[in-house]
Design a protein around this ligand. Sequence first.
Ligand code: ATP
Length: 501
Amino acid sequence: MLKWKTEILLGIIPVLLLFVAFMGVDYLPIVMIGVLLIVAWFVVRMQRSGGAIGATGGSSSRKGTNPKPSFLDFNQIGGQDQAKAELMEALDFLIKKEQIAKLGIRPIKGILLTGPPGTGKTLLAKASAHYTNAVFSSASGSEFVEMYVGVGASRIRDLFKEARMKAQKENKQNAIIFIDEIDVIGGKREGGQQREYDQTLNQLLTEMDGIHTTEEPRILIVAATNRKEMLDSALLRPGRFDRHIEVDLPDKKGRMSILDIHARNKPLRGDVNMEIIAEQTFGFSGAQLESVLNEAAIYAMRTNEDRLTQKHLALAIDKVMMGEKTDRETNQEEKVRVAYHELGHAIVAEVVREGSVSQVSLCPRGKALGYVRHNPPADHYLYTKSYIEDQIMIALGGAAAEEIFYGARSTGSRNDFEKAMELVRMLVGSGLTNLGIVDIEMVPKKELMNENNAILNALMQRTKQLLDNYKPVFEQSLDVLMTEETLSGEQFRIMLKQIAS
Ligand code: ATP
């Protein structure tokens, strides 16, 4: 686009000058001013871009134009100790050139970072550039996708060219090219309609094969994806992306360190306990943790306080987990049904896992009309059959309560059922059902459906039986919920114990 504009201007200016000369006007001062303006524009542009050309052939890349990527080092990334250690070891190949040449080691050309969104893959790539004193260029897979055949391939060429030029200009020996969402261009090639993607991927493979170990600058490609299983095997073979590093959701220690990093520029009240926040944010990614602190600061601003408190942080966790409070007004009848539903979840949760309910609420948030906040369990990586069955019962508790009190369910259980089905799939996939050890893909649909139904029906029966014994708890908690809208875990447990004893 810019190129076109320039060409049109170059065509128009001489014609204008000729016209003005023809009219007998002295245009020399105008030309001088024009030249001065153009020189000034070039100087400003060079200063702004640090001498670099756009990462993807003129279209500014989403993360590639970050003005100070090299200032990010590994210490500014919380948790991810294993990923950082593996990455640093791989990056040492770029640094210890003589040693690897002496031993005849083939240097790495590509590192693949895999893991859920927001876990810090981009941060790790940027820190890698700092660690190896390399220039950093980046682009996202979706930027290569064009309707026109060949454009993606030429953008890949430009990306590599730009990285080399940037390194030469900055007198650096290494260049790191980061390609985010590589699955967009690197998906399995199965023929058919994907010609444009195929050409882009082929160009990437060609560029990678063209990287020579003796070449200067040395180029290393770091790519990121959430869907490694989608990638074409040509990308993953030795000599291409043969280092795969998992960048997983952080554990409690990791969450603490990420929270600490993002709390550095925020004033916290002395009694804020970050350990509790780390505990309650089980399953959160780094990006979500950053958002918790940011939202807490916004709550502090709303209430005109100059420090973040534990309450702001708790509200922020709810917001990140469930969405902003909505002012959707439900009618009384609906509210009572929601209350029975949420109490159903809460009672099952507390019975199967004592102390697990943190709050029952009837405040609509996001799409939910009410919710139960659970105290997160300690970080788990293995689950037993009975643990998963308990989780399924907690998910079914809402629908079971509606059946007990209304004789029928409502649409409010849709998400719960999705969760329950996901857990059933986990049971089947782990060989924990009557189907034995199976590959889910290979089980006939009917057989799978029968097994799913059998598991869910049996657990629904168990859930209803359990809740039947706690009818008085429903009635008493309902009164509090309808007046207060929330019920704390402690209040709820006291009621449960009093009535049960
Ligand atoms: P995606 O797969 O969606 O591209 P990503 O894994 O590349 O995500 P990043 O872009 O690196 O994630 O992280 C997004 C933001 O989340 C960062 O800017 C940072 O604020 C925060 N963040 C994520 N992980 C960490 C971490 N380990 N330490 C500190 N901050 C983190």
